[in-house]
Design a protein around this ligand. Structure first.
Ligand SMILES: [Fe+2]
Ligand SMILES: [Fe+2]
Length: 264
């Protein structure tokens, strides 16, 4: 296939530089298929990696503390779907960024395959939520969205361990704690369709957290670091908030995240 990028890093860069969410989804699917089939073989190196991914003109991005308060009722539910869709769009870019940003480190091929798999699942999550917004007479971009996730990416661009600690092991793991409640909220209001989408997403996210834990522990072992102690240090240095209970211990356990990481 002649129109494929030369290697996985240029594939990742192409996705990151693509502003149109639909195209981001389409390219993520195409490149993950090409990686799986071996049409893209080499990881390569990214030489023009942007600090920030390209994004559409809407939604307007605001700092997390300047977000308007979410309304209740049907409007509030649409706003919640919109907020989760925005997280999923960020998650597509975060997965490709984890590939291209740290390609120069001595990481095994399985690391890259894991984040390609995450990228294509995030693309599917975004798509499902965007389709659902359309069914509800709304669209991605209608409401402002916050830039908290990419702020975490910028803060951890210098170190793969910091990235794995803050993104999959803090932020995505937080999603495991909150997702069941979000699904319940839609179910309680009679929106079984959105609830089922959120259940499906939550199931996939367990594997994303598991990938974070697996590679965090792999890199810690290769650098002779104690993973739990190093994780606590990174959270203290680089994460603004607190790890907030209640924790979904059962889901975190399925992701092979030991309780000492977060319940201390
Ligand atoms: Fe996701
Ligand atoms: Fe995820």
């Amino acid at each position: 296939m002649s129109d494929l990028p030369l290697n996985l890093c240029s594939a990742a860069t192409q996705v990151l530089l693509q502003a149109d969410p639909q195209e981001k989804v389409r390219l993520s699917k195409k490149f993950s298929g090409a990686w799986a089939s071996g049409s893209i073989k080499d990881v390569g190196i990214a030489d023009i990696l942007p600090d920030r991914p390209a994004r559409p003109a809407r939604p307007k991005l605001k700092p997390p503390d300047q977000m308007p308060r979410r309304s209740t009722g049907e409007k509030g539910r649409v706003a919640l779907i919109h907020a989760i869709a925005h997280i999923e769009l960020n998650a597509i870019d975060l997965a490709w960024d984890a590939i291209a940003r740290f390609a120069g480190e001595d990481l095994p091929r399985a690391y890259f395959s894991d984040w390609v798999q995450v990228a294509v699942e995030e693309a599917r999550h975004f798509q499902m939520l965007e389709d659902r917004l359309t069914e509800l007479g709304a669209a991605y971009g209608d409401l402002p969205a916050h830039d908290g996730l990419w702020e975490a990416a910028l803060k951890t661009a210098d170190d793969v361990l910091a990235r794995l600690a803050l993104v999959p092991m803090v932020l995505e793991a937080r999603g495991l704690d909150t997702a069941p409640h979000a699904a319940d909220r839609f179910r309680a209001s009679g929106d079984e369709k959105t609830a089922a989408i959120l259940d499906e997403i939550a199931f996939d996210e367990i594997a994303h957290v598991a990938a974070g834990v697996r590679w965090f522990e792999h890199v810690c072992a290769s650098r002779g670091l104690n993973p739990v102690a190093h994780f606590h240090g990174l959270v203290a240095d680089r994460y603004k908030g607190q790890l907030k209970a209640p924790f979904a211990h059962d889901l975190r356990k399925q992701a092979k995240m030991a309780r000492e990481y977060y319940d201390y």
